[in-house]
Design a protein around this ligand. Sequence first.
Ligand SMILES: NC(=O)c1ccc[n+]([C@@H]2O[C@H](COP(=O)([O-])OP(=O)(O)OC[C@H]3O[C@@H](n4cnc5c(N)ncnc54)[C@H](O)[C@@H]3O)[C@@H](O)[C@H]2O)c1
Ligand SMILES: [Fe+2]
Length: 372
Amino acid sequence: MLPLTSPIEMQFPPIVRFGDGTIKTLKDWVAQKGYKAPFVLADAANAGRLDLLDLENVTCFSDVVPEPDIPNLYKAIEAAKGCDVVIGFGGGSAMDLAKLVAVLIAQDCSFDDISGPHRALPRKVGLAQLPTTAGTGSEVGTRALMTNPETLSKVATESVHMLADLAIIDPALTMTVPARVTAATGVDAMAHCVEAFTSKRSHPIIDNYAMMGIELVGRFLKRAVEDGSDAEARTGLALAAFYGGVCLGPVNTTSGHAVSYPLGTRHKLPHGIANALVFPHTLAANAAVVPEKTDKVCQALGFEGGSNEAVLAGAKAFCESLGLDMQLRAYGVPEDDLAAMAEESHAIRRLLDWNPVDLSVADIEAIYRAAY
Ligand SMILES: NC(=O)c1ccc[n+]([C@@H]2O[C@H](COP(=O)([O-])OP(=O)(O)OC[C@H]3O[C@@H](n4cnc5c(N)ncnc54)[C@H](O)[C@@H]3O)[C@@H](O)[C@H]2O)c1
Ligand SMILES: [Fe+2]
């Protein structure tokens, strides 16, 4: 909780377009910039509708693995040779890959040379991001997450050079997202806002974006899950995901993401589902230290906060109302891995050092056991 007087830097893509139909403006931007060889990273759901982009001479990499790993990145870089603009068209998986392809293509360096904070070299190609889920906010951020299959950890890379030249957030692109993915990605957007809002380095500027994002999720997520064709709800969620992306930049997440990461890297749970399973537990674990902010979160999501038990029960019921099974055991996570997961999560200091409560390895293991 930093005071208003503390300095903060926010970075955005120079152009962010938002609204139904804005996808149609990509073509003119590409022409204005003089790009002749677009390289599109599209996940399985989007590779079949490249016609929406209306581009010529496109090379498409459609082999985007959900929760991508380093081998997937190298495959994409190989396919991108000769391109002059990289376009991420999909969820966070496609967009994170696009960021890394854009900074690594035509450079004499490897992923290891640039992973971590602020090591990437300036890009030699353009970068545009077109989110098709309402979740990660990756389109407006400087960070990308890749799984290292050898260590089973998520490697975060961050650089101003990974910021897009153009982000087009066209909520109509999200209308086809299935209910379960809508729920999971919406919880991810909300988790970005909640964790930034309650972080030790939360900042009044970012708090306002965070609250707007949480309120939008409270108002629209259930509606979009129940009726995927609800255009107003889809737009509200696309905006919430954008606000979440704004929160990720200067503040970032804390325990919710740190505790959820091993579920994705070790057991292949989708990022949003992993977040949802952990969210009630970390919100409750932090409640006593940030009671006022926790109450605001609970109210924005439609339930009363108060005691740890009330926060936990309310947040769990909120996720269940989205149709999510909130028992870790239902996702094939073996119980005998919980201790190793807790060790791994506890080592994610870049996030946990900012959590309002200092969670020990035992505390994290207790969260997994309670969620199991
Ligand atoms: N860079 C960041 O700041 C940041 C933040 C949060 C998460 N992430 C990363 O993003 C990844 C998760 O992204 P995600 O949650 O968007 O999931 P995703 O990109 O893996 O997509 C989830 C599924 O939805 C499908 N899909 C995407 N758009 C669709 C559409 N319009 N219609 C139907 N299906 C569609 C995809 O094909 C995929 O099967 C993880 O790797 C996570 O670590 C990055
Ligand atoms: Fe996330």
